[in-house]
Write a protein that binds this ligand. Structure first.
Ligand SMILES: [Zn+2]
Ligand SMILES: [Zn+2]
Length: 265
């Protein structure tokens, strides 16, 4: 039996705003947060409201990588229990966006009047860094490249023991961005891909910053990618809608992410 290299837990896969209710119970209502365990290392991909339900104890201090600074991807930071516990270290890596002031941007949001205290004063040991790639965490190699989204969004790639996971949230496909993604994600074992829009929604809003499940299938085939997890579900997409879209795709290896789901690579 092969040994697990990555274990990915979907803590939140909803896009734009958290939702709740019976008709979103299956795919979940918490916003973007994926916990990746890799040996003793833990990497969180984004810190949406799903971070609230994350465990707090790990063999080594976890690293939180933010793809970009839209609120749905960082709204969970202020309530993550680990960051309130004395002596527990958490590292947050922010993308450096066009203004070059990522760290100050986070401090601006997490301070009065928007939040009672800065993240570094919640009680735990919180360190905030600007992202610089490549980043090595023990035997996990992390890289990032700019995607395509209003205001920018990083595509993130984790590699360990020959396995590759790529996180492409809030991604808008254009001829140029597709080629960039393909060269970055080719051969990946798992691609988490923004499947928020239907083809009709994409046609109506091609610059809104999101992509489609159909494009994911195309990229998977062109890039020789083994498996796709569709993420960033539209806040108005009920379980029945997502389940019907998934069935229509008819692909065993292309599924919409379900909150709570655990994937082993
Ligand atoms: Zn988003
Ligand atoms: Zn966004």
């Amino acid at each position: 039996m092969s040994q697990e290299v990555f274990q990915i837990t979907v803590l939140g896969a909803r896009g734009s705003i958290p939702v709740s209710g019976e008709d979103t119970a299956l795919f979940g209502g918490a916003t973007s947060c994926y916990m990746v365990r890799a040996g003793d290392e833990t990497v969180f991909l984004d810190a949406g409201s799903g971070l609230w339900s994350a465990p707090v104890d790990f063999p080594r201090p976890p690293v939180i990588l933010l793809s970009h600074l839209h609120l749905d991807h960082m709204v969970g930071l202020g309530m993550y229990g680990r960051m309130m516990q004395p002596g527990k270290r958490t590292e947050i890596y922010l993308p450096v966006q066009s203004d070059g002031i990522a760290v100050q941007t986070l401090e601006r949001l997490y301070s009065p009047p928007f939040w009672p205290k800065p993240l570094t004063e919640l009680g735990g040991e919180v360190a905030v860094y600007a992202q610089q790639f490549p980043l090595e965490l023990c035997d996990v190699a992390i890289d990032g490249t700019e995607g395509s989204h209003p205001g920018g969004c990083m595509i993130l790639r984790l590699r360990r023991h020959g396995k590759t996971v790529v996180y492409a949230t809030d991604f808008c496909h254009t001829q140029q961005s597709e080629e960039a993604l393909l060269s970055f994600a080719a051969g990946a074992d798992l691609l988490l891909y923004d499947g928020q829009f239907t083809p009709a929604e994409f046609a109506a809003r091609p610059l809104a910053g999101h992509s489609t499940a159909e494009k994911a299938v195309e990229l998977m085939e062109r890039g020789n990618i083994r498996r796709v997890l569709l993420i960033h579900h539209g806040p108005g997409s009920a379980d029945a809608v997502l389940a019907a879209r998934e069935a229509a795709l008819g692909r065993e290896n292309v599924r919409y992410a379900r909150q709570g789901q655990v994937i082993s690579i």
